[in-house]
Design a protein around this ligand. Structure first.
Ligand SMILES: [Zn+2]
Length: 144
């Protein structure tokens, strides 16, 4: 006698098999206690888990979708925001001569280094310009 496994019975319960097979299995149920027991187990599992799974699965998928889409978007946005803030802060610090104030503090030490200021002029013209501005600002302070 041909028996059916648990998967087959769950398919039977969900009517996921052709009608001829379903009726064959139904007939088998009447004559086979083992398969009837298996069928009962499947029925219990299905009724216990399926309604819950149906609702929760949809909710879960929606949640996951909303969460992944949301975080992706907001994470991207906040990254751009942080880049923007960092760029703006750097620009402000450069414009206010913050870095050149620092380089002035390091002045005596860098003065000992062999690199001449003309080389700086070639490599970093913008920072050199700012450095000159800072130097002239320091000169005006010293002249007071
Ligand atoms: Zn059987």
């Amino acid at each position: 006698m041909k028996h059916f496994d648990e998967q087959a019975w769950s398919q039977y319960i969900h009517e996921q098999l052709p009608p001829s097979e379903l009726s064959e299995m139904e007939q088998h149920l009447y004559g086979c206690d083992d398969c009837l027991a298996l069928y009962m187990i499947c029925m219990e599992q299905m009724t216990a888990t399926l309604p819950y799974m149906d609702i929760e699965e949809h909710k879960y998928v929606d949640d996951v979708l909303a969460r992944t889409m949301g975080t992706k978007r907001s994470r991207y946005r906040s990254t751009m925001l942080h880049y923007g803030i960092a760029a703006a802060a750097t620009l402000i610090l450069v414009a206010t001569g913050f870095f050149h104030g620092l380089s002035q503090e390091l002045g005596p030490r860098s003065a000992l280094q062999p690199a001449p200021p003309t080389e700086l002029k070639i490599d970093q013209p913008i920072s050199d310009k700012l450095l000159n501005r800072t130097l002239s600002w320091l000169d005006t302070l010293q002249n007071k």
